[in-house]
Design a protein around this ligand. Structure first.
Ligand code: ATP
Ligand code: MG
Length: 317
């Protein structure tokens, strides 16, 4: 067999316009190709269009335009078929509050056509695997945020989907629960499940995802491995300087410092991009002589600095 990479998810020219008092172009011509077996991350700020994109892939939202193919099946032409091999964990908790943890998984299995015995077996196995077996009888309200999220993931994969959609899987979780979810998602990849997830935590995208697309205002700005994206900013370090008074003259002086490749003005200071920080600070301070310096921060290349470079805004963690 030759080398055969297959696409688990292919999105072409996806557009979603919400009509209302004001027209919102939530997704504005997105193209995406997620390979079989990878963890792919959509990273972007609030309102970027992440949930809408997932909604279109999972048949919840009818696109205005575009094509989506999952495992070779056209999602828009054949949504019922597509739903058989996709799993979804929505941004909001959608556990059935009138059912306990076990029943949440069990009834999902029944819904997907398993007989009672098989559903019981599958639910028991998943609760054990996800370390929820001791809480099998607990009602959703009695579960911690981390447990509830693990239960939602267990339920989402109970019918053995090939592709799993995770919308902000760790939003609001404490650091320990977040790591537990990461481990779990890596485990799913080992089982061959393709994962398309959204996040606005750049560290999560960096640590967990094989490839990442940065999305803003419904458009994909860049897409690649975390290492490739950081390379996009030329491996540049970002230095932020806060001063009492911003002047064009100061900006020019900073721009003339050897090693600084560009200077951007901010309301309360400057953002400097530099290829190396060794010995730079003294030179910057010298250029700032006589200015009322308030604060200096230095950031090595991260997905956050990539986002800032592309949009001029912070993504916020
Ligand atoms: N049903 C809807 N009707 C009208 N506008 C909508 C609807 N759903 C989403 N939008 C708008 O579309 C844009 C994209 O929303 P979306 O929920 O996809 O963003 P997101 O990236 O998931 O954001 P968040 O990080 O807050 O979850 C936003 O401006 C949002 O207000
Ligand atoms: Mg969202």
């Amino acid at each position: 067999m030759g080398e055969l990479t297959t696409s688990a998810i292919q999105i072409h020219d996806l557009v979603k316009v919400f009509q209302g008092r004001q027209e919102v172009r939530a997704v504005d011509s997105i193209d995406l190709d997620v390979q079989d077996g990878e963890i792919f991350g959509l990273l972007g700020p609030n309102g970027a269009g992440k949930t809408t994109t997932i909604g279109a892939c999972t048949t919840r939202i009818r696109p205005t335009k575009g094509q989506i193919t999952i495992n070779g099946v056209d999602v828009l032409q054949d949504p019922a078929h597509a739903r058989q091999f996709i799993g979804v964990v929505p941004q909001q908790n959608t556990l059935d509050r009138s059912c306990n943890a076990f029943e949440n998984v069990y009834y999902h299995c029944r819904f997907f056509g398993m007989a009672s015995g098989e559903a019981t077996q599958r639910a028991t196995q998943l609760l054990t695997e996800f370390k929820l077996n001791e809480r099998a009888q607990a009602m959703p309200y009695a579960l911690s945020g981390g447990m509830a999220q693990r239960l939602q993931i267990a339920r989402a994969i109970a019918h053995r989907p090939r592709v799993l959609f995770l919308d902000e899987p760790t939003a609001g979780l404490d650091p320990q629960s977040r790591l537990a979810v990461w481990e779990l998602v890596r485990g799913l990849r080992r089982q061959g499940i393709t994962v398309l997830m959204t996040t606005h935590y750049m560290e999560e995208a960096d640590q967990l995802c094989d490839r990442v697309a940065i999305i803003d205002h419904g458009k994909i700005l860049v897409n690649g491995t975390p290492a490739e994206l950081k390379q996009r900013v030329g491996g540049q370090t970002m230095m932020e300087i806060h001063v009492a008074n911003v002047s064009p003259e100061l900006s020019e002086r900073l721009g003339n410092v050897a090693g600084i490749s560009s200077v951007e003005s901010m309301p309360n200071g400057f953002r400097l991009w530099t290829t190396g920080r060794d010995g730079l600070l003294p030179k910057v301070l010298e250029a700032m002589h006589g200015c009322d310096l308030r604060d200096v921060s230095v950031k090595e290349p991260t997905l956050e600095t990539v986002f800032i470079r592309l949009t001029g805004r912070e993504l916020r963690d």
